[in-house]
Design a protein around this ligand. Structure first.
Ligand code: FAD
Length: 461
């Protein structure tokens, strides 16, 4: 009997447990269903759709080279898969387990209709694999990470299936070009085209490169002017490479860089562990009190809407913030240290609720991930399961200097490109702000006091 493989964020051939199991059981029908309704307000944003288009194109080529193909369908995933099963006589669907609430719901519905075989292919370990002494899932990263490290190694990584048999008859497929995943008017994707090569082969090429650089990660990862992190995040998000493959590739490295990098991969697992416990975590503050008026939200007046737009467009007058927001817009990615700085700036300097930032990142990031984005936004804001970080207000100007961001600012804020290192972090203060660069939207000291007093008021102090 033919075996359906339900592809989602696992767009690869090697170490693909669902595909591997299906190929051993019979002819394989790989299916990708674009199901925007299921995810509701977290249907893929613009940058992710751009990536998805190219990733599906690349995967279809790889299947084509093996005399197979990817069947594309649009609509309710469960209904589409059941229809394909009826047409082809398939009874079993193989899929890698996903933890987004809409996928968990769909997995449950599908299991009522067909034989659904779930495999673990997207994370180092399945969510819920480690628990506290009392058997509960971990809420906080550090003990979670320690427990995961004790479980290493993860499962073995799998080779590509040796043979792929085709079904007697292929079900009908949409044409990828008809899905309209790429932007047209205006076409903002030129910067993404320049910055990225999408697909499984590109992910492995970057991994090769990373092999030579991971030793320097401990230091390099904090310096936005350097190419000092793996930039594997969109490849990992779409499953063009698996964290298990990465882990096995580096396991024999003894350097500190790899140890730190391993902990970042565990952050990725941790975020899934959180959304499994709290499915709405990326949409609402976990801590009580924050909804009650600490925020200057855009619906409370148009001046605040202007503040949000200045942040989105990289026009805040803080060079490091503006460089980060423009990098995001141009390339669909932002350096991690700068993600922290820009997020903190929105939430604390502008006192705008983190959910507005989460939305913007969701639309603009090629690695936008329901779990990782939500968990990091709540972490920066201090509204989440971790200790309260709201009162730790990052100083963007000194962060910029400390992490030597001059080159980064020059690259993304060309108005400031001629300024020397000593002045570029704060041109206004040094009296050399060019006319075409905005003044600071709010002074750092004033913003800090405003945030702390709003916080005290919220707490009733
Ligand atoms: P590296 O430093 O090379 O790390 C390797 C991998 O570990 C990354 O590719 C990623 O998969 C994972 N990772 C690293 N840091 C984290 C982290 N803090 N949380 C979860 N996973 C991590 N990451 C996303 O993948 N998707 C998001 O939507 C996302 N949103 C974020 C929002 C904010 C406000 C912040 C502060 C961070 C966010 N991150 C997100 C985490 C982190 O910034 C990115 O994973 C990282 O910058 C990606 O670059 P890299 O691949 O070079 O990472």
């Amino acid at each position: 009997k033919p075996q359906i493989v339900w592809l989602r964020r696992d767009l690869r051939f090697s170490d693909q447990p669902a595909l591997f199991a299906a190929a051993q059981a019979g002819p394989v029908i790989p299916v990708y269903v674009l199901d925007d309704d299921a995810a509701g307000d977290h249907a893929y944003g613009g940058a992710s759709r751009w990536w998805l288009h190219h990733s599906l194109e690349s995967l279809s080529r790889s299947f084509g080279a093996r005399n197979s193909r990817v069947v594309l369908r649009r609509g309710d995933a469960v209904e589409q898969l059941v229809r394909i099963a009826e047409k082809t006589g398939a009874e079993t669907v193989h899929a890698n387990r996903h933890y987004e609430p809409w996928w968990r719901k769909a997995q449950g519905r599908l299991a009522d209709r067909l034989d659904l075989q779930l495999h673990d292919g997207c994370y180092l370990f399945p969510a819920g694999h480690v628990t506290t002494g009392s058997g509960d899932p971990y809420k906080i990263y550090t003990p979670f990470s320690k427990a995961i490290l004790q479980q290493m190694p993860p499962r073995d990584d799998l080779p590509e299936p040796e043979t792929l048999h085709s079904p007697d008859k292929w079900p009908a497929s949409d044409d990828l070009a008809d899905w309209g995943l790429l932007p047209t008017r205006p076409d903002w994707s030129g910067g993404l085209d320049d910055f990225w090569t999408v697909g499984e082969d590109a992910a492995h090429e970057r991994l090769e490169w990373w092999d030579d650089h991971v030793a320097d990660y401990d230091e390099g990862r904090n310096l936005p002017s350097k190419d000092g992190s793996s930039r594997l995040s969109p490849h990992l998000h779409f499953g063009e490479i698996s964290p298990v493959q990465i882990w096995h590739r580096f396991k024999d490295k003894r350097n500190q860089g790899w140890k730190t990098f391993e902990k970042e991969l565990i952050w990725r697992d941790y975020a899934q562990n959180v959304i499994c416990q709290f499915p709405a975590y990326p949409k609402e503050s976990y801590r009580d009190g924050y909804d009650s008026g600490i925020w200057r939200n855009p619906n409370r007046g148009h001046l605040i809407q202007e503040d949000l737009e200045a942040w989105q467009q990289g026009q805040t007058g803080y060079p490091i913030v503006d460089a980060g927001m423009r990098q995001l817009w141009q390339t669909g990615w932002m350096h991690n240290r700068v993600r922290m700085i820009t997020a903190s700036f929105l939430v604390k300097h502008l006192l705008i609720e983190w959910t507005h930032g989460e939305r913007w990142f969701w639309d603009c990031l090629v690695d936008a991930d329901y779990g990782s984005n939500g968990v990091n936004w709540q972490w920066v804001s201090g509204t989440g399961v971790d200790s309260n970080m709201f009162v730790r207000i990052m100083a963007p100007l000194s962060q910029s200097d400390k992490f030597d961001a001059a080159g980064y600012i020059r690259e993304y804020v060309p108005e400031l490109a001629d300024l020397p290192d000593a002045k570029i972090h704060d041109p206004e203060e040094h009296g050399c702000k060019p006319e075409n660069y905005p003044s600071k939207i709010i002074g750092h000291k004033e913003a800090r006091e405003r945030a702390l007093s709003a916080y005290r008021e919220m707490k009733g102090d």
